[in-house]
Design a protein around this ligand. Structure first.
Ligand code: PLP
Length: 373
């Protein structure tokens, strides 16, 4: 079945009791045994499983071409489930511009857990190879990356990981399964902050891990989900399933807008550099063309005028909302270094943008007036 069809139908079951076409959230926390003491519908208690969460997980697994998915209450809980599935003393390789929350988990939470990590430029395969140790268990890729939109080679990283007995996770939040399917390129797990494009409307927090195989680490991810209790509510699962039906349409329209905005910014004299894989000037353009079906709707750009100019442009836009996060229908702009805090490695003259579904002409007009000021 094609992606658009899966996005609507995968994981959905007809409601035999009522004939309802649209699914409804099952809010019950507990499920009845029959007279034999069995659970005829397979659900016992909502922390362990819930019908709506099972539907969402079947949908996510289908979209990524995986065997199973585990849904979480946030993307951060999803990433933590993978890291905590490792043992003290294990080593993780992650990108040097990894999402700052993932970096904070590794530095603050997981150092106490005994996990070590190296932050490496994953676009340099020789550097990755050199960073692999006997105790390396996971290569954590994020492509395109946040906020520099670096593109790393999923198939090559999978090969490197597997050759040394490690596994590859791809945080594919920026790409979505519409544009990139890491499991098909050899990755072992895909991680999403479903808060972003999959939710799509900036009104639900969630995360997911999707697995290529039912292996030991995925078993521990499931344990962390059910026994650790890091689960999304039935209502959040329902919101996500509802949003994912329109995911392919939203993402393709947002990508078209982002391309137009990136081309406008690249030609503007106040802008020193635009980080967007859809521009032929971007270092990852050729790789993105090969491993993605589109270049995404996130971009960042730097200004000749430095930090002050970046803050002034952010202050002057009217249509873009000054806010963190991404993937919603509305366009957002953010001075990324400010939100990342004291450990930031993001350039101070950089603004990050999540391009939404407004008309591209209106977005460009807004940027034009902000940059002129
Ligand atoms: N990964 C990426 C690339 C993100 O951008 C984010 C959030 O911004 C996360 C993970 C964490 O997700 P959440 O905020 O849902 O915990």
């Amino acid at each position: 079945m094609k992606f658009e069809t899966l996005a609507i139908h995968a994981g959905r079951e007809a409601d035999i009791a009522t004939g309802a076409v649209a699914p409804s959230p099952i809010l019950s926390t507990t499920f009845a045994r029959d007279v034999h003491g069995e659970y005829p519908h397979g659900h016992v208690y909502t922390r362990s499983s819930n019908p709506g969460r099972a539907s969402l997980e079947a949908l996510l697994a289908a979209l990524e071409g995986g065997v199973a998915a585990a849904a979480f209450g946030s993307g951060s809980a999803a990433s933590l489930s993978l890291f905590q599935g490792l043992a003290p003393g294990d080593h993780v390789i992650a990108p040097d511009d990894v999402y700052h929350g993932t970096r904070t988990q590794l530095r603050e939470l997981l150092a106490r857990w005994g996990l070590t990590h190296s932050l490496i430029d994953l676009t340099r395969l020789d550097a990755v190879r050199a960073a692999i140790r006997p105790e390396t268990r996971l290569i954590w890729a994020e492509t395109p990356s946040n906020p520099l939109l670096k593109v790393s080679d999923i198939a090559a990283l999978a090969e490197l990981a597997h050759a040394s007995g490690a596994q590859l996770v791809v945080d594919s939040t920026f790409a979505t399964p519409v544009l990139q399917q890491p499991l098909q390129l050899g990755a072992d797990y895909v991680m999403h902050s479903t808060t972003k494009y999959l939710g799509g409307h900036s009104d639900v927090l969630g995360g997911a891990v999707i697995a290529r195989r039912q292996d030991e680490l995925f078993g521990r991810v499931r344990d962390y989900q059910g026994k650790g209790g890091a689960v999304p509510s039935p209502f959040d699962c329902w919101l996500l399933q509802r949003s994912i039906a329109t995911l392919p349409l939203r993402v393709r329209a947002q990508v078209a807008n982002a391309q137009a905005v990136a081309e406008f910014l690249a030609a503007h004299p106040a802008v020193s550099v635009v980080h967007y894989p859809g521009l032929s000037s971007h270092a990852g353009h050729a790789l993105a063309s090969a491993q993605m079906k589109g270049y995404g709707a996130m971009l960042s750009f730097q200004l000749h005028g430095g930090r002050e100019a970046a803050l002034a442009v952010a202050a002057k836009v009217a249509l873009f909302t000054r806010a963190t996060s991404l993937g919603g229908v509305e366009s957002l702009i953010e001075h990324r270094a400010s939100v990342e805090g004291p450990h930031t490695t993001t350039p101070q003259d950089l603004l990050r943008m999540s391009v939404g579904l407004e008309h591209a002409d209106d977005l460009i007009d807004d940027l034009r007036q902000a940059l002129a000021a």
